[in-house]
Design a protein around this ligand. Structure first.
Ligand code: SAH
Ligand code: SF4
Length: 369
């Protein structure tokens, strides 16, 4: 990137209203913003010269002061099962990962929101790496830009990516503003035009931001529950000490009142001997009795020195049956892309932790809020 470029405005950082305002500031009409959005996000264009239906004078204006700053691609991998993975350069040796999971009825892109994560869930490889920084809106939407460009459309001219889940590296709600901007581009008809019901934010339970999201940008919600009582959750999801289960359930119910879907998805990592016993399943049934929900059980994906074991298939089946008998729709997440380390919690990317090994997450999230 040249010195000149660094001073340019990155249009990938903008939602449609922000782009409209930016163009108004340089004397351009609002409809130009829609055209630009379509070129960038639907046409995969990053060069203003390619945007042939924009007036030459506008293209020239943009060239001097703006850019479509796409994060550079460091590596791309494809698994035998069709899963694809991209590693994007987010500067100073750091990389973040994006994973595409094809299924019969849909194609899901799993997007990262931060370089590392400060929340230190004990079973999560990203959390173990510490926190480096938030991704910009451009770096978040840039993941969809790359994947969309690589995957294109189906023979029926439908987009290959039908669903987006914010379940990659990082805690999306800890990077609230940039995530909301990126979500707005995902949903915009001039952007990626995705349905609110098909865009999911996954959170470890940041209650104030859940409350904001339901008003600002209601999309489908997944909550990483992982435990049936506060004692276990305090241990494995340390954020629980700040936002315990009872309050979390109440926040889920508030969210549901405004959400595009009428249930919350609870993610539940199956850790042998830690949270996978019959008594835990029964406790869970009682915990969620007033919250319309589905459960997604995630067999633990091991990484070196994790200190945990995956629950046996038998234990997972027993656990699932107890929830199902209580009338809760429960699925077990299939592990995809095993051969390219693309499974949940294995997205390691390349994180150079500059702060948080010393600066505890408590300082960042407990004291400053
Ligand atoms: N920070 C957000 C979203 C990213 S993680 C969150 O925690 O919800 C996406 C999901 O993968 C979360 O439910 C997370 O708890 C789970 N996960 C993390 N590490 C895992 C591992 N090693 N095995 C299985 N699931 C894991
Ligand atoms: Fe962060 Fe989510 Fe991993 Fe917890 S599970 S450390 S919140 S990315």
């Amino acid at each position: 990137m040249s010195k000149n470029n660094r001073m340019k405005t990155n249009l990938l950082d903008y939602s449609l209203p922000a782009l409209t305002e930016y163009l108004a500031g340089i004397g351009e009409k609002p409809f130009r913003a829609k055209q630009l959005m379509r070129w960038i996000h639907q046409g995969g264009a990053s060069d203003f010269d390619a945007m042939t239906d924009l007036a030459k004078s506008l293209r020239a204006k943009l060239q001097t002061r703006a850019e479509v700053g796409i994060p550079a691609l460091m590596a791309a991998q494809a698994s035998k099962d069709g899963t694809r993975k991209w590693l994007l350069d987010v500067g100073t040796g750091n990389g973040v990962e994006t994973v595409f999971i094809p299924e019969t009825e849909r194609g899901t892109l799993c997007i990262s929101s931060q370089v590392g994560c400060a929340l230190e869930c004990t079973f999560c490889s990203t959390g173990r790496q510490g926190f480096n920084r938030n991704l910009s809106a451009a770096e978040i939407i840039g993941q969809l830009w790359w994947a969309n460009k690589a995957l294109g459309v189906t023979p029926k001219n439908e987009r290959v990516i039908s669903n987006v889940v914010m379940m990659g590296m990082g805690e999306p709600l800890a990077n609230y503003d940039n995530v909301v901007t990126a979500l707005s581009v995902m949903l915009d008809d001039h952007g990626y035009g995705l349905s609110r019901r098909r865009v999911t934010v996954s959170t470890s339970g940041m209650i104030p931001q859940m409350d904001r999201l339901k008003d600002d940008m209601p999309v489908a919600l997944a909550v990483s529950l992982h435990a049936s009582n506060d004692a276990v959750r305090d241990e494995i999801v340390p954020l629980n000490k700040k936002y315990p289960l009872k309050e979390l359930m109440a926040a889920c119910n508030r969210y549901l009142a405004k959400a595009p879907r009428d249930f919350v998805t609870f993610e539940y990592v199956m850790l042998d001997g830690v949270n996978d016993r019959v008594q835990h399943a029964r406790e869970l049934v009682a915990l969620v009795k007033d919250t319309p929900c589905k459960f997604n059980l995630i067999p633990f994906n091991a990484f070196p020195n994790s200190g945990y074991e995956r629950s046996s298939n038998h234990q997972i089946a027993v656990f699932k049956d107890i929830l199902m008998e209580a009338g809760i729709v429960t699925t077990v997440r299939k592990t995809r892309g095993d051969d390219i380390d693309a499974a949940c919690g294995q997205l390691a990317g390349q994180v150079r932790d500059k702060t948080s090994r010393q600066m505890k997450w408590q300082q960042i999230y407990l004291e400053k809020q």
